[in-house]
Design a protein around this ligand. Structure first.
Ligand code: ADP
Ligand code: ZN
Length: 431
């Protein structure tokens, strides 16, 4: 078992908690004294830094919501003098106006340290070749991964997303051993590799992929692993917490370790704001314990998950969460039923004959249309086979989401390909 920072990764629970408490006290003090918006929020909640005596006292502190990031935009939550800031990133703006996130030099270095732990934990090491196919730009994902990989001594190919032909050429020419992409784009790239007649097990050197930035199901992971003969590791992060590297899987792929020296994680009931019972699903709340430029207290991620409390055989003490089950922002309602796109994805990706791409179209409140690409050989004129597949998809979806959707089967390549985060739901009701 390899470790990048064995000492911190295997710190006994008691010491880890002690470190968390020290850092929590410090960060609360900092935002209270340096960020007027936080001071105001704390005063409104009737809480002072000296009220934080144990980790459990965190519940006394108010939540930070996405809306707080727009108060005195863009510098309202800065906790250091502006001259200390060396980088701006923004969230990808999946859900509205982009949030401005600032980094000091130490913030960038620490982000890279967390990624270094993540990469080594899943077997990536000096000598590996990482094709980084996330967007280099305002988005944090590509940069922080890039620095972390360089720290480990990996050779990085800063490919960026898109131009799939070139992606595959790079993989072949430079012997890419791992890549970093969104899962939706990885499905597409994998399908092009196979369509070109390339045998990924023989002709490519890829061993593993780091897929994240958007929710995906276990079925999608398996599908990509089978198509390419690789291991897929789930990586979770968000710009507000300094980018990727917040939660990563180890070789056991049994949930994502959250680096608890860097983040204090809670899971709450999004309706009541109260902590959920052990192991229950709720909204992940993160407090950045070690960020300088813009530490956030009890940040409401809107991402749904649960804690996995059993110890991990890898020996890391840092607690695990399940893969993100959905973003509360992504939930939509059809005929009064709450549905997440991932539920549909999981069903589709488990059905033989379904290809890589799909789209959900909401025309009105009673009807949902699922457009799904299926393998090319289904379009050989055998209509009955096609109808049977369509019926299978409808039935399996109905059983899971309790609504009978309309299903349209399409040839591969019909739906738009996303190179970054996929837009799965077209909601015509709100356009
Ligand atoms: P946004 O998409 O909110 O504009 P970011 O680009 O910072 O902002 O993306 C962070 C969000 O992406 C997370 O809050 C989460 O919803 C999603 N995300 C990131 N990694 C994963 C992952 N591995 N699984 C599921 N969702 C993820
Ligand atoms: Zn582990």
């Amino acid at each position: 078992m390899s470790f990048w920072n064995r000492e911190i990764e295997t710190l006994p629970e008691k010491e880890l908690k002690k470190l968390q408490l020290e850092r929590l006290k410090r960060v609360v003090e900092v935002v209270y004294n340096k960020v007027p918006h936080y001071r105001k929020k704390f005063e409104e909640a009737g809480v002072k830094p000296s009220d934080i005596k144990t980790l459990e006292d965190i519940v006394k502190l108010p939540f930070t919501t996405k809306e707080d990031l727009f108060v005195d935009y863009p510098y309202g939550l800065l906790a250091v003098p502006k001259e200390e800031v060396i980088r701006l990133h923004t969230s990808s703006g999946t859900t509205g106006k982009p949030k401005a996130i600032f980094f000091t030099k130490k913030d960038i270095d620490f982000g890279a340290e967390l990624i270094a732990r993540c990469l080594v934990m899943s077997g990536t090491t000096k000598g590996d070749v990482l094709q980084n196919s996330m967007t280099y730009g305002l988005f944090t994902g590509a940069f922080i991964m890039h620095y972390g990989a360089e720290k480990v001594g990996v050779m990085v190919i800063p490919a960026g997303p898109g131009n799939t032909e070139r992606q595959i050429e790079l993989m072949k020419t430079f012997g890419t051993t791992c890549f970093h992409m969104t899962p939706s784009y990885a499905l597409y790239v994998a399908s092009v590799i196979l369509e070109k007649g390339i045998d990924p097990r023989k002709d490519l050197k890829i061993k593993r992929a780091y897929l994240g930035a958007e929710p995906y199901s276990e079925e999608t992971r398996k599908k990509i692993e089978d198509m390419l003969g690789i291991d897929v590791y789930n990586c979770y992060g968000l710009s507000e917490m300094g980018g990727p590297g917040v939660g990563f899987e180890c070789v056991y792929k049994n949930g994502l370790h959250i680096w608890e020296d860097a983040f204090l994680a809670e899971i709450i009931n999004p309706q009541t704001g109260e902590p959920v019972k052990e192991g229950e699903i709720g909204e992940l709340i993160l407090t950045s314990l070690n960020r300088e430029a813009m530490p956030l207290i009890r940040y409401r991620t809107r991402d749904l998950t649960y804690f996995i409390n059993e110890p991990c055989p890898c020996g890391r003490i840092h607690r695990r969460i399940s893969r993100i089950l959905g973003r509360s922002d992504d939930m939509f309602i059809v005929r009064g039923v709450n549905i997440f796109p991932q539920q549909i994805e999981a069903v589709l990706m488990s059905i033989k004959g379904v290809a890589q791409n799909y789209q959900i179209v909401l025309e009105n409140y009673d009807e949902m249309i699922v457009k799904v690409e299926i393998d090319r050989d289904f379009f050989d004129g055998r209509v009955e086979r096609l109808l049977k597949l369509r019926e299978e998809i409808i039935e399996k979806l109905r059983k899971t989401i309790l609504v009978r959707p309309k299903v349209e089967l399409l040839e591969p390549g019909t739906l738009p390909v996303s190179e970054g985060k996929a837009k799965r739901v077209i909601d015509k009701r709100t356009l």
